[in-house]
Each structure stands twice: as structure tokens, then as C-alpha cells.
Design a protein around this ligand. Structure first.
Ligand code: HEM
Length: 189
């Protein structure tokens, strides 16, 4: 970052600090929430999770369906750069717009039975959990890999697990969705 340069433009100290803070939130909160969301929804859908216990190569599909069904990053904000009309509504320049990837991932024009948690469904590039365009998540591949490695290592060691839902605590945040605390009892192999 100190040496990065594009057309003579370099990052100053405050830009580097801002980026490091972004990385703390973007790269930490999101992935830890993804892990617990996967554990929770897998537990809530035992028939689906059984297919993962039977075949660990389905773990990436489990991660992907969790990203679609209950993504840890629910809201993105944008400043409107110029008036824009969509579906007969004009959004004026200067407004702040909230985009809801969590909602887009449940769009029934895009996904069949979107409110069903179905590990292995066709998702591909329709997922918007990592945003899109210029600001597409820098850590999307890393996030997927982290979740896969963690769940693979866990599943090598356990036969099953139970979630103590009555003692689960959700984070209180307008954006981050997931658990601050999700007690789990595992059955070791
Ligand atoms: C499940 C995990 C993750 C989710 C759901 C997620 C989600 C997102 C989303 C939706 C955006 C777009 C923001 C926007 O358009 O306003 C984004 C951007 C970003 N993410 Fe992630 N992220 C995750 C993991 C990570 C990780 C592991 C890292 C880095 C280690 C990371 C670094 C970033 C950075 C630097 C940006 C800003 C990119 C830019 O503006 O050009 N993210 N992320």
C-alpha cells in the first residue's frame, strides 16, 4: 500500500489508515458472521445438512447457500451522483440510497423458492452478497476460502452438533447480520 501507484497517484497516510479500518470491519465481522450463520441454518435444516455430513465436498455449496439465504452484510449505502429514474420513481441527486443485497438474494424472479434453504441450488453469478461492479468485495475469494477451511476442519472432527438457540445472541446492527454468541455442542468423532 505504501508503494502502490496508479498514474502517479499514491495513497496518503489518512487513506491508508481508512483502508486498514475498512479491512478490520470488512474482513473480520463478515466472515465470522458467515460461519455462525452457516452453522445455524444448517442446524435448522437437518435434512440439508445431512448431505454435507455425508459428503464434505458439499461444504462450498453450504457456504454459498448461506451467503444467499442470510448474508452477513445486508445493506449497502450509496450517494446519488445525479437524478435517476427507476420504475417511475425519480431519486434526486444528493440523496442517500440504501441497497439491500439480503433482499435481492431472495428475489423470486431470480431464485426458485427463495425462502427455502437448499444446499446445492443453482446460484452462480446471481449472488449479490459481495456487491457488484467497481466496489465488488476485495475479499470475496478469501471469505469463501476461510469459511470452507473452517467448516472442513470442523467436520473432519465431528459427527454432529446441536445449537442452543435459547442462549443465542444476535448482533444489534443495522447492517451486519449474524450472531454475537451462538452456543454449540458438538459430538466428536
Ligand atoms: C462473508 C464475507 C464478506 C461479505 C458478505 C462481504 C461483503 C462485501 C460487500 C457487499 C462489499 C461491497 C460494498 C459496497 O459496494 O458498498 C464489500 C466490499 C469490500 N470488501 Fe467484503 N465481504 C466479505 C469479506 C471480506 C473480506 C474477508 C475482506 C478482506 C480481507 C473484504 C474486504 C472488502 C473490501 C476492501 C471492500 C471494498 C472494495 C471496494 O470498495 O473497492 N471483504 N464486501
Amino acid at each position: 500500500m505504501l508503494e502502490a501507484e496508479i498514474d502517479g497517484d499514491r495513497l496518503n497516510d489518512s487513506e491508508i489508515m481508512a483502508f486498514l479500518f475498512l479491512m478490520v470491519v470488512a474482513g473480520n465481522e463478515t466472515t465470522t458472521k458467515l460461519l455462525a450463520n452457516a452453522a445455524y441454518w444448517g442446524w435448522r435444516n437437518p435434512g440439508q445438512l445431512a448431505t454435507v455430513f455425508a459428503d464434505h465436498s458439499r461444504i462450498p455449496l453450504w457456504v454459498e447457500e448461506t451467503l444467499r439465504y442470510d448474508t452477513s452484510s445486508q445493506i449497502l449505502a450509496r450517494s446519488v451522483a445525479q437524478d435517476i429514474t427507476m420504475y417511475d420513481t425519480t431519486i434526486p441527486e444528493g440523496d442517500v440510497l440504501l441497497l439491500l443485497p439480503g433482499s435481492a438474494n431472495r428475489d423470486d424472479r431470480v431464485f426458485d423458492d427463495p425462502d427455502e434453504y437448499r444446499i446445492g441450488r443453482e446460484i452462480g453469478s446471481k449472488l449479490v452478497s459481495f456487491g457488484s461492479g467497481a466496489h465488488f468485495c476485495l475479499g470475496a475469494h478469501l471469505a469463501r476460502m476461510e469459511a470452507q477451511v473452517a467448516l472442513e476442519e470442523l467436520f473432519k472432527r465431528i459427527r454432529g452438533y446441536q445449537v442452543d438457540e435459547s442462549n443465542a445472541v444476535r448482533v444489534h446492527s443495522s447492517n451486519v447480520r449474524g450472531f454475537a454468541h451462538l452456543p454449540i455442542t458438538v459430538e466428536a468423532k
